[in-house]
Design a protein around this ligand. Structure first.
Ligand code: NOJ
Length: 768
């Protein structure tokens, strides 16, 4: 049977269903039912080998628009594709290129089942939005959703119908390079962002040609890689797993995410890819997740290297039984699974379940109606890099900027009559601001900070590099270093600084210094940048430091001396315009840190929702020799900049926290109100934050937990009354059996503009 007969069969089947749909008044034959029926019918037509083929994913492995490869591994993979032994490909991109591989699957295989095409659409496709950690700093869920929509529309116009995003790994360790890909350290914010990104990518209708299937990754625990070292083991307790790591995945699942990806790590000694507890018991069991699970790259095979599976056959068996449905680049299923089923080691129903999940998403994407629906070259041309998309990522970029410090209102800069020295090689960079994980984008396409500032013509702008930046050419191979020794350009930079009214210095990490496999132990300013900063400050105190980075950095000296610090991350295609508009006050920043900035590496992991311990304070405050409390001897416990911190050009006053009563029944909602006033000289937005503390519980609870936030815009002098509601969902937690419970007892509630809150009240929950 070929495509024509299969499609004819399925189309007639859907006609039968829709006729009976019309006959029946109830909506008993929903779209979902009809897809389920089509999937079942197709499954019945499939041989075991063809089913296994659907569970196999290969990377784009040859120039797909040319002739197929003739030898080696590529030839083998190509033959697999032609023989219906490939269900998905990743990293093939472009309407024309995807059409070429799709054509083979659809026209040359017996059943003509279309491929699902995966790609790492992490923060945009061609038009790049800020790195995900930066977007998280906006706390603006609508903007984040919009950014995912833009990314989806470009990717979908370029042949892609499935992204390996969002990454929803919570992490407390800025040494880990992949923090740039996530939503930060907090499960509440992380869950809200997970939902926004999933709904942004997938939209309301997955079969629309401008939406794509999403993939929450990496399930689970990867953000807790020991010591922030990439691909390391993970050792976390049950309570951290349930209360910190899993909530964003649950939020993605509840938002209807179509797939999840395994993590590279082990958890309690079992690699996540073969972890039945994670995949079958929690994800597909308790949560009733009905999408499919893809392994991470070769993570099935790597179970051998972990010393968990004896050989590839065992690895395939463990992975499929655990619940991994699609094998990314291990070739373990395609070579071993048929035999495993024939030998009785794996029940065919497990294979059927995996294939059913994958086929369902293919049907939902509309691939059976038109396998080439994502391959329209005219649409590709029109959508990619459109003005509307660039406007959207500029908006997102501005919202992602965090003003860390602004002494004496050094910012915003005056627009006329000033000499501004712009210093730092990153200021003229057009590649680095694109950030890591932007495989499809074109190199050197970001608007640099220099270009952005050149748009303001009223001042004299003098640019000097000061120190060079060497640029990695590709994301995979080049180790990128900010030049460590050559100070030959210091002198001209210092001279420019001396003559300037104000200095804007752009320092930090190159875009490829964070991301996958970019863990670092020294997370200060790389190379000679610190020296450059100090040399510049020595001749001019009016320094604005603009940071570019994919993770929290340690910037103690800067924080102490430099009057204004702007956290500008890597903001994507429109970086320079966003930074310039903020520096010149055409946009008033409102971003807040989604991750704590430590004082030194020794404090890591440092996070706002820590446990009180039995000895939280020095009980003998007047006795400096008393040491028996939870602290370090050489650095204070507090971070440099706390979670939730971020200033504005205006100022906000919080007052009048109000709860209608002090004792509530455990089933009641708790309404909290407060008043916020813009007390400064600019119109501004503020992310108001609500935290709670459960004072006594059956397991120890954090000193603060974010449980609500609202973005509020206020005119100069304006006040608003803001309300939050706490329900069981916010008041409860997971016990060590993984059950969500709410316990009676006393709570504190805090309100403010960061995790160092300004208002506090108490209430009690009672159960009658
Ligand atoms: C490995 C990464 O861990 C994962 O996040 C990514 O999606 C795959 N490679 C595919 O590129």
């Amino acid at each position: 049977m070929n495509i024509k007969s299969v499609l004819f069969y399925l189309v007639s089947l859907s006609m039968i269903f829709s006729c009976s749909e019309q006959k029946q008044s109830s909506a008993s034959y929903s779209k979902k039912d009809s897809i389920n029926k089509k999937v079942d019918s197709l499954l019945e037509l499939m041989t075991l080998e063809e089913k296994v083929g659907q569970m196999n994913q290969y990377n784009g492995f040859w120039d797909v628009t040319g002739p197929g490869p003739t030898d080696g591994n590529a030839k083998l993979k190509y033959d697999h594709l032609k023989n219906g032994l490939v269900g998905s490909m990743l990293s093939v991109r472009g309407a024309k290129e995807v059409r070429a591989v799709q054509k083979i699957a659809v026209e040359e295989t017996r059943l003509g089942i279309p491929l699902i095409i995966g790609f790492d659409v992490i923060h945009g496709y061609k038009t790049l939005s800020p790195i995900p950690l930066a977007e998280a700093a906006s706390w603006d869920l609508e903007a984040i959703k919009k950014s995912a929509e833009v990314a989806a529309s470009e990717a979908a116009a370029s042949g892609i119908n499935w992204t390996f995003g969002p990454m929803v790994d919570i992490s407390r360790d800025p040494r880990w390079g992949r923090v740039m890909e996530g939503g930060g350290e907090d499960p509440y914010l992380g869950s809200a962002i997970a939902k926004a990104r999933v709904t942004g990518f997938q939209g309301d209708d997955l079969s629309s040609p401008s939406t794509i299937a999403a993939c929450a990754k990496h399930f689970a625990g990867y953000g807790f890689s020991e010591a922030g070292k990439e691909y390391n083991t993970v050792d976390i307790g049950t309570s951290t797993l349930y209360n910190i790591v899993l909530p964003p995945f649950k939020a993605a699942s509840d938002a209807g995410v179509k797939s999840m990806m395994n993590a590279f790590n082990d958890l309690n000694g079992v690699p996540a890819t073969g972890n039945k507890f994670l995949l079958r018991d929690i994800l597909k069991g308790k949560w009733n997740f009905n999408g499919f699970v893809v392994s991470d790259w070769a993570s099935i095979k790597e179970m051998e290297t972990w010393g968990y599976a004896k050989n590839k056959k065992d690895a395939a068996k463990f992975a499929v039984i655990a619940g991994s449905d699609l094998d990314m680049e291990s070739s373990a299923y395609v070579t071993e699974l048929k035999t495993l089923v024939e030998e009785g080691a794996v029940d065919e129903s497990i294979v059927d379940d995996a294939v059913r999940r994958i086929l369902t998403v293919k049907f939902e994407l509309g691939l059976f109606d038109d396998p080439y629906r994502y391959c329209d070259e005219a649409r590709e041309k029109a959508v990619i890099n459109s003005k509307a998309n660039h406007d959207a990522v500029l908006d997102m970029a501005k919202k992602s900027i965090v003003l860390l410090k602004n002494d004496n209102q050094l910012l915003p800069l005056e627009k006329n009559g000033q000499t501004i020295a712009l210093i730092g090689a990153l200021a003229s960079e057009k590649n680095s601001p694109l950030g890591s994980w932007r495989i499809a984008s074109d190199d050197n396409t970001a608007v640099s900070v220099l270009e952005g500032m050149q748009n303001y013509k009223g001042n004299t702008l003098v640019f000097k590099k000061g120190a060079d930046v060497s640029i990695g050419k590709t994301i995979f191979t080049e180790e990128v270093k900010i030049n460590t020794t050559d100070k030959s350009e210091f002198k001209s930079a210092i001279n420019a600084a001396k003559k300037a009214d104000k200095v804007v210095i752009v320092l930090g990490e190159h875009g490829f210094q964070s991301g996958e496999a970019r863990s670092r132990t020294d997370i200060g300013l790389p190379g000679i940048q610190q020296e450059l900063l100090e040399a510049v400050y020595a001749v001019n105190k009016n320094v604005v430091l603009v940071l570019n980075n994919g993770r929290p950095l340690i910037i103690n000296w800067a924080s102490k001396h430099i009057p204004a610090i702007v956290e500008a991350w890597q903001l994507g295609s429109q970086t320079g315009n966003a930074v310039a508009q903020v520096l010149y006050g055409d946009y008033n920043p409102s971003g807040k840190l989604p991750m704590t900035f430590p004082r030194n590496v020794g404090q890591i992991p440092i996070y706002y929702n820590y446990k009180n311990t039995g000895r939280p304070v020095n009980e003998q405050a007047d006795n400096p020799d008393f040491v028996f409390w939870s602290h370090y001897s050489d650095v204070e416990n507090t971070p440099l900049y706390p979670f939730g911190h971020g200033l504005s050009y205006t100022s906000f006053e919080y007052k009048n926290i109000n709860l209608s009563k002090t004792v509530y029944d455990i089933n009641e909602n708790i309404n909290i109100s407060f008043k916020i006033t813009n007390t400064g000289d600019f119109i501004g937005k503020e992310v108001t934050q609500l935290y709670i503390r459960d004072l006594h519980a059956s397991i120890t609870r954090p000193v603060k937990e974010l449980k609500g936030f609202k973005l509020v815009e206020l005119n100069i002098g304006e006040s608003k009354s803001i309300n939050f509601t706490l329900t069981k969902k916010e008041l409860g937690f997971y016990n060590n059996q993984g059950e969500f419970i709410v316990e009676p007892g006393e709570f504190e509630v805090f309100i403010g503009g960061s995790s160092i809150t300004s208002l506090k009240e108490k209430f009690e929950l009672v159960s009658k």
